[in-house]
Design a protein around this ligand. Structure first.
Ligand SMILES: CC(C)(COP(=O)(O)OP(=O)(O)OC[C@H]1O[C@@H](n2cnc3c(N)ncnc32)[C@H](O)[C@@H]1OP(=O)(O)O)[C@@H](O)C(=O)NCCC(=O)NCCS
Length: 134
């Protein structure tokens, strides 16, 4: 049985491993614990026993806009509704915090997930890559 928690404890190591698996990069050494506690409205963890099975980060403007980032589900737990449930819980908690809008952006292959299953509707959005100054 998968259990979901809002702002539950999450270790840097386990999240770095899950992130690397989800996005196909080497395991990084990011300090998620301080990043999340300092900058996020919250995050949702899905756990299968002690194992981290999924995660989504909810960034916030301090007002009525929240933005989900890094929706990830362990490969072994996919296609069981975990991702949809993570996003639904993120939306519930953002609403409880006074947010009126939940934003996301994603690549085209995830349209069925975000539009058909999570309930987002299409909008215009924009993005600028900001490479570090040389
Ligand atoms: C995207 C992701 C979080 C979905 O997690 P999940 O737990 O498998 O999602 P759900 O089980 O709730 O999916 C519900 C439905 O959404 C659609 N869906 C899910 N993942 C999809 C994908 N990768 N591509 C297209 N449609 C997808 C399917 O219709 C799915 O129903 P099905 O299982 O009957 O096929 C997971 O595939 C993942 O971690 N991917 C790698 C990281 C990533 O790209 N994250 C998104 C960043 S914006």
């Amino acid at each position: 049985v998968i259990e979901y928690t809002w702002r539950g404890h999450i270790g840097n190591g386990e999240l770095n491993v899950l992130h690397a698996e989800a996005f196909g990069h080497r395991v990084l050494d990011d300090d998620w614990e301080s990043q999340l506690s300092r900058h996020s409205l919250g995050w949702v963890c899905a756990r299968d026993g002690a194992d981290l099975a999924g995660f989504v980060n909810v960034a916030w403007d301090g007002g009525v806009h929240a933005f989900i980032l890094d929706t990830i589900v362990a490969a072994s737990a996919r296609h069981q509704g975990v991702g949809t449930r993570l996003v639904a819980m993120a939306a519930d908690h953002a609403r409880d915090a006074g947010c009126e809008w939940l934003h996301v952006d994603f690549e085209g292959d995830l349209i069925p997930f975000y539009f058909d299953h999570c309930g987002f509707r299409p909008t215009n959005a924009g993005l600028i890559a900001l490479p570090p100054p040389s």
